[in-house]
Design a protein around this ligand. Structure first.
Ligand SMILES: [Zn+2]
Length: 207
């Protein structure tokens, strides 16, 4: 079975993916992570992708698909995709690589996205991540690990989050229609606790 996780920033895709990998043995492919790794390694695809990112452009579908094809390496089963596909062209390209059996759409209302993401804090010194709601530091404003000062990244400001959320909805709407049309999309309420979200998704997976 190959699974795709869709959902806005803050819906908990990363946390859920980690639990699904543990429980079901999926191979987790996050195109964001792959991009960062390829860039760091300085591979051909990485160099290509870096050029686009430095110019502030989207990495083209063909480059992303090339990375996925390389990672999948001829296997056709047991993958969990997170943060991918983002476009219909990517979804169609993915189908040429392997079949997608199930798409989980983690639904989260705008206000909850804002509440979760605006609670993020990062250590100025060591870069450790915190969340004032789900993972607060022991002392307010101070890093547990190194005592550094915590700050809010400009990306996590409310107006920026609202904008990202709207962009996400606009971009993902065609993709949701596409998978719904194929009859493989399942919606899951991501405002529930991480445990409850996991159990609901596990139920869907067990059929
Ligand atoms: Zn720190």
């Amino acid at each position: 079975m190959n699974l795709v996780l869709l959902g806005p920033p803050g819906a908990g895709k990363g946390t859920l993916a980690a639990r699904l990998v543990e429980a079901f043995g999926f191979v987790h492919l996050s195109t964001g992570d792959i991009l960062r790794e390829e860039v760091k390694k300085g591979s051909e695809l990485g160099k290509l992708a870096k050029g686009y990112m430095e110019r502030g452009e989207l990495v083209p579908d063909e480059v992303i698909l090339g990375m996925v094809r390389e990672r999948v390496d001829g296997e056709t089963d047991g993958f969990l995709f997170d943060g991918f596909p983002r476009t219909i062209a990517q979804a169609e390209g993915l189908e040429e690589i392997l079949p997608v059996h199930l798409v989980i759409y983690l639904e989260l209302p705008e206000e909850e996205v804002v509440r979760r993401l605006s609670a993020r804090r990062v250590c100025k010194n060591c870069g450790a991540n915190y969340n004032l709601i789900t993972q607060p530091p022991k002392a307010p404003g101070v890093c547990d690990r190194c005592g550094g000062e915590l700050y809010q990244r400009p990306d996590d400001r409310e107006d920026v989050i609202r904008n990202r959320f709207r962009v996400y909805l606009e971009q993902s709407a065609p993709l949701i229609d596409y998978y719904e049309g194929k009859g493989i999309l399942r919606r899951v309420d991501a405002s529930l606790s991480p445990d409850e979200v996991f159990h609901r998704v596990a139920e869907v997976l067990r059929g």
